[in-house]
Ligand binder design. Sequence first.
Ligand SMILES: NC(=O)c1ccc[n+]([C@@H]2O[C@H](COP(=O)([O-])OP(=O)(O)OC[C@H]3O[C@@H](n4cnc5c(N)ncnc54)[C@H](O)[C@@H]3O)[C@@H](O)[C@H]2O)c1
Length: 435
Amino acid sequence: MEKQSVKPADGKLGIMVVGLGAVTSTFMTGVLMARKGLAKPVGSMTQYDKIRVGKGDDKKYLAYSDIVPLAKLDDIEFGAWDVYPADAYRAAVYAEVLKEKDIEPVKDELQKIVPFKAAFDKNFAKRLDGDNVKDCKTRWDMVEQIREDIRNFKKEHGCSRIVVAWAASTEIYVPVYEPVHGTLAALEKAMKDNDTEHIAPSMCYAYAALAEGAPFIMGAPNTTVDIPAMWEMAEKTKMPIAGKDFKTGQTLVKSGFAPIIGTRCLGLSGWFSTNILGNRDGLVLDEPDNFRTKEVSKLSTLESILVPECQPDLYTDYYHKVRINYYPPRNDNKEGWDNIDIFGWMGYPMQIKINFLCRDSILAAPLLLDLCLLSDLAARAGRYGIQRFLSFFLKSPMHDYTKGEVPVNHLFQQYTMLKNALREMGGYEPDEEID
Ligand SMILES: NC(=O)c1ccc[n+]([C@@H]2O[C@H](COP(=O)([O-])OP(=O)(O)OC[C@H]3O[C@@H](n4cnc5c(N)ncnc54)[C@H](O)[C@@H]3O)[C@@H](O)[C@H]2O)c1
């Protein structure tokens, strides 16, 4: 097979993250520490995973960077925006995710990462009240100011490419509204008319990134790029987009565990997921309008794995509930409980309980790294629009719902999609052979 013409990863890659909170500061600290050989980037597929390429006698297992040209950790420059003015060092200390010994060795570098003023509207996250905020007359003005930040950052840091990722707070739920979100022209008009109801600040970041020739990743469950207008923008600018919502803890478990039930043809009568967390993310999600965005994203996982229409005896009318409770004492150390009511032979009930004591940002940081590196790769490979091969990393993977496409939530199907995209970009045959 012809090797796809993927441009080399020459020069520096600027990773600009919206939100310099727990996830972002943990991500940046980890990359800087790994660069110094003082920590290992555990959990990152781009740094650890090896996949098979070729078949039979020709098969070999290669790291991603031996298959495709990936940006190196040494070549990354970090930038950010935040509502609070704290630099990345102060943000990491505030987040209390990492111990002092894991932050201090890169203190100088972290202190140099000072956030740009945020494009922010308090109506979209009521519980935040920082003052590092841009003064914007309209949403269009917001876009223009973000574009300027991106251009300045790129020039100052001598980057050849930029990726913009959202790891900021979850905004309130913005349902898709056809008259504004349906086409690019309508979206641009609404930005110029300052339609603050339907244009979330996150949409301004996404539009600005794409306009500046940078891929955009949505790490929260916000609607942002999950609208036809943004797909049109991605097509126009030939840029990749990915989202939504990092698949870190409970949903990762769900998308990996549900296939056990489905593959074994066991029945499901209910799945109750609840968790407690006490970081700033938990505080924002304590607001019902913000939680609604998360709930929609978390609920979508099971529907496409255990499909009632395909197996009415097994999956009709199962009760699926997801709760998140803000509980300050735990900070970033989330505890999740899943109670799964299943049934077997002749309908006899059984129960499964999963108790995951995880660390939110420790799980999210490698996802952020992988999504940035792989989106940059996709852009260099000339792939644009929704990057379905990145579904593996996301709770509510984007898909073209206007064409009746269904999302792929099954973790192992998602992994096949990821591997095949890498094989294709590396000039190997995509396949589904057993490794
Ligand atoms: N950690 C996880 O496991 C996980 C999983 C999935 C999704 N997420 C999402 O990732 C995001 C970040 O999580 P976190 O724990 O780092 O939260 P955090 O509250 O620590 O950090 C978010 C930061 O975003 C800033 N912010 C909010 N609106 C902004 C805007 N318009 N512009 C610039 N900055 C803005 C806030 O001031 C805050 O510092 C959240 O939306 C969360 O839901 C996290």
